[in-house]
Write a protein that binds this ligand. Sequence first.
Ligand code: MLT
Length: 312
Amino acid sequence: VFFGASSAYAQTYPTKPITMIVPFAAGGPTDTVARLLAQSMGAKLKQQILVENVGGAGGTIGAARAAKATPDGYTIFLHHIGHSTAPALYRKLSYNAIDSFDPIGLVTDVPMTLVARKDFPAKDFKELLAYVKANNTKVTYANAGLGSASHLCGMLFMSAIATDLTTVPYKGTGPAMNDLLGGQVDFMCDQTTNTTSQIKGGKIKVYGVTTKKRVPSMPDVPTLNEAGLPGFEVAVWHGMYAPKGTPKPVIDSLVGALQVALKDPTVKQRFADLGTEPVEEKRATPEALRAHLKADIDRWSPIISKAGVYAD
Ligand code: MLT
């Protein structure tokens, strides 16, 4: 191993700024979570944590960059449920979603919202369903590429209503939101961390949330289950990783900093305002993330294979 697991190295770690790779464009939901954590973890570690947005291919380009980074504790990686769907979606990944990384911990589970441009001709989910079924591929649906949460939600939505739409991929739902606000794209399924302020500002329409229960920060938005899509449920879990081979004492420092950040009142308040909350401490651990990732890869692979969706 480069640096041995010498405690001297770990005791002085970190001695320079840390890079946090975010596999989607700036301004999107993953970036929002990352910057909140980078701020708080950096304060704890007394070093700057710099977010680097490496978008493209539904998060797999950023994941590949993180997998190849030097395992010295100066590159960490934040990803979400897309890390567990990529192995089934991409036939030629240059990394292994489990073996190329050392897990740090789970971070937060974020609800998704079905949202449309402000003048989309449907006042509720029932009307949306009727319109989409009547117009199918004339309706445009934005996502952040194969492997993004917005892609996963869209794939599940289209199969639930047995209707195909025209998909418009972006490097993140930050840029996609710009087109939704401008009316260039019709609708998308995106995380409350990105849609809450636009919904509350009346700039986009919301038809439902994808969680079992309503979201406390938007109590009058029905769940899709209530609105007419029984059993439809997608929550976007997020995990933090380091490249495989990062010394254990360094991982321990990062786990400690993550757990402090998830208890940081500023982080908790911002998460609450954005419709989510930090995971409980016992889930912000390498063991919990490793188990969750493995279980989710096993869960999604058959569903994705059955849908026949993949990239060569
Ligand atoms: C996604 O759809 O996976 C995310 O919203 C992408 C992003 O964070 O921009």
